[in-house]
Design a protein around this ligand. Structure first.
Ligand SMILES: Cc1cc2nc3c(=O)[nH]c(=O)nc-3n(C[C@H](O)[C@H](O)[C@H](O)COP(=O)(O)O)c2cc1C
Length: 201
């Protein structure tokens, strides 16, 4: 029996921007499969994300590793919008490496060529072979757990005192209002209504 699904927040995970040519999104599901030769990295991407479609097309992706001083705009731009509707790379400082834009103000990046694609129900698991990497700074990495516990402050979401709001426990999207509509699903990550936490400032 699943008594508390939020325990997944305690699986050690970081905060990353996953990018490919023409698309990018926030992810926390990056894992190192092998540090040997080759270095293999995996990332799980929702099938509804445009980034998923574009990685399948480009067969390449980059992972930018975010630090504790990350600009909230990076998380908002890459986590709460779709690349179908906007050019996310025009909103934040990026640099091009191996034909892909990576975040300029971050700990560093890895570029990978896709070597395997695994179907995982709602998600696709992309396995990539590292072909490029660099380190930009030595700041402390932001963990997904830290983000989840401090997202109101990190995202600087403006909320009125005494007003109810609901936070998506999966991605952090905030719905301002007294009641969530009956059939509500998160417009960002498609989490169902039960996965929203009711809060009041
Ligand atoms: C902190 C955070 C972590 C996220 N982690 C993931 C993830 O691991 N996999 C995923 O598919 N989406 C994840 N998302 C949701 C996507 O970033 C989001 O749906 C994005 O808008 C998709 O953009 P796209 O359509 O341009 O690909 C996360 C969002 C946030 C804010």
């Amino acid at each position: 029996m699943i008594k508390n699904k939020k325990i997944t927040r305690n699986i050690s995970a970081g905060m990353y921007v996953l990018s490919t040519y023409g698309a990018g999104c926030m992810v926390d599901t990056v894992m190192q499969i092998s540090a040997g030769d080759p270095v293999l990295i995996s990332v799980a991407v929702n099938k509804n994300n445009y980034t998923n479609e574009m990685i399948k097309k480009n067969k390449k992706f980059a992972i930018s590793i975010l630090d504790m001083d990350v600009d909230a705009n990076i998380i908002k731009t890459f986590g709460f919008n779709s690349s179908r509707d906007m050019n996310k790379f025009a909103e934040v400082d990026t640099i091009e490496v191996d034909g892909i834009e990576v975040i300029k103000n971050c700990i560093g990046y890895m570029t990978c060529e896709v070597v395997n694609i695994i179907d995982a129900d709602t998600h696709t698991l992309f396995i990539g072979k590292m072909v490029g990497a660099d380190k930009f700074n030595y700041k402390k990495q932001m963990t997904y757990n830290y983000y989840q516990e401090n997202k109101d402050d990190i995202l600087k979401i403006e909320l009125e005192n005494g007003k109810t709001f609901y936070v998506c426990t999966i991605c952090g999207y905030v719905y301002k209002g007294e009641e969530l509509p009956e059939d509500f699903v998160c417009p960002i990550c498609f989490a169902s209504r039960e996965l929203f936490e009711k809060k009041m400032k």
